[in-house]
Design a protein around this ligand. Structure first.
Ligand SMILES: Cc1ncc(COP(=O)(O)O)c(C=O)c1O
Length: 393
């Protein structure tokens, strides 16, 4: 498309854009059933739209953003059982994971051929980070519940190991690795342990409060040295909102670089990005202050209730099966009769946007706050029909 010599007026542009935007199925339809992001909380959306020009890469100008960023880090760390945190906000789980792995590599600089051990269920951003950072990723096996096998991790520790990674809320299944066991191994061997809680960080603490499971995963476990957690997933924040928290200032220093042409708080940066939106940090702050623990707890309660509805619907259909009992608000469904690719095509024809996971091959549903009970029932009514070869009456 060429850039027109003369621009069009506002309404013409907006009309054209609106017709393009119609292609999307947003959270407002209650529809998308396989996405880890959701409709941002209305307060966050309002703050974000009012503060779009603020640049967290220039904290000497936007002093309020520096204060608010620190408070976001502190509130998140408090949720993750850490009193004195060191960290940075980020553009999301990918950036946080890259930075966490950079900190591992940099804090063990003497190791010339760095290796990081991670179970094969880690998010693809870990592979991407290893690729960017020139780190060898040593992938380890999992058990029948798709959790990391601690013994296999221990076996792969070598003089080149600079870190171990585990996940609290895997992308495909929402599974939680045995982080207490892995933490012990990491501590005994003096190896940093990063936890990718990009999805689970805003869920697991509230599962405990709701009596839906006790899964130690955070800084309560002595061996855990860093955690990534995303506001723009279950934190209800507008994109981009991620956070990386370190237990030790040494690890934060390892990813901090001087920026000679900027002053004050901006003269050192710990993020990958230079210019970055302060609006989403301010929005995350506003949402966290507004919702408090009880607000997030109620959100998780609702998601888990609708997840249970989904589980019941799968259990009622003899041709469908869950890969694991849901630990959090993710369902992975296998089909006994109709191949998954056929199910996906038929469901897409009915207007659903479908996603499958490769490990194991299954339909992936993420029951985010925007997924209503009505949408769940409509989805499973359709899924019941397409998952059998027997035609409906
Ligand atoms: C466990 C986990 N980590 C990291 C990421 C990457 O997050 P982002 O897409 O915000 O970079 C995801 C995304 O789904 C994830 O599920």
């Amino acid at each position: 498309m060429a850039l027109d010599e003369q621009g069009s007026d506002d309404s013409a542009v907006v009309n054209e854009l609106n017709s393009i935007l119609e292609m999307d199925i947003t959270g407002f339809s209650g529809h998308p059933i396989a996405s880890m992001s959701t409709i941002p909380h209305h307060l966050g959306a309002e703050v974000f739209s009012r503060t779009m020009e603020r640049n967290a890469g220039r904290l000497h100008s936007f002093k309020s953003s520096a204060i608010v960023e620190q408070e976001v880090i502190e509130m998140i760390a408090d949720l993750l059982h850490l009193d004195i945190p060191y960290g940075t906000t980020s553009s999301g789980g990918t950036e946080s994971n890259i930075l966490a792995m950079l900190a591992m590599r940099e804090s063990k600089k003497k190791i010339k051929k760095p290796e990081i051990i991670a179970p094969k269920t880690v998010h693809s951003s870990i592979d991407k980070a290893a690729w960017i950072l020139g780190i060898k990723l040593v992938k380890t096996g999992i058990d029948r519940q798709f959790k990391a096998n601690t013994r296999l991790i221990e076996k792969r520790i070598s003089e080149n190991t600079v870190g171990i990674i585990a996940t609290a809320g895997t992308t495909y299944l929402g599974q939680i690795d045995p982080i207490d066991e892995i933490g012990l191994i990491a501590k005994q061997n003096r190896i940093p342990l990063h936890i990718d809680a990009a999805f689970g960080g805003f869920v697991i603490p509230f599962l405990y409060d709701l009596g839906l499971g006790h899964h130690p995963f955070d800084f309560e476990i002595k061996g855990v040295t860093s955690i990534s957690i995303d506001g723009h997933k279950m934190g209800l924040a507008p994109i981009p909102s991620g956070c990386l928290i370190f237990r030790s200032v040494r690890h934060l220093n390892a990813i901090t670089r001087k920026v000679p042409y900027l002053r004050g708080a901006s003269s050192k940066q710990s993020s990958l990005l230079g210019t970055r939106p302060a609006g989403s940090i301010l929005a995350t702050w506003a949402i966290m202050k507004h919702l408090g623990r009880s607000g997030y707890r109620e959100m998780v309660r609702g998601c888990m209730k609708r997840t249970q509805l989904g589980k019941d619907r799968v259990d009622e259909n003899p041709l469908l099966e869950l890969v694991i009992d849901p630990v959090m608000n993710i369902l992975a469904i296998e089909s006994r009769e109709v191949p998954l690719n056929v199910i996906v095509l038929k469901m897409e024809k009915r207007g659903w946007r479908m996603v499958t996971s490769p490990l194991p091959h299954s339909l992936r549903l993420v029951i985010m706050p925007h997924v209503t009970t009505g949408a769940m029932n409509a989805f499973f009514n359709d899924l019941d029909e397409v998952s059998t070869t027997v035609p409906a009456d």
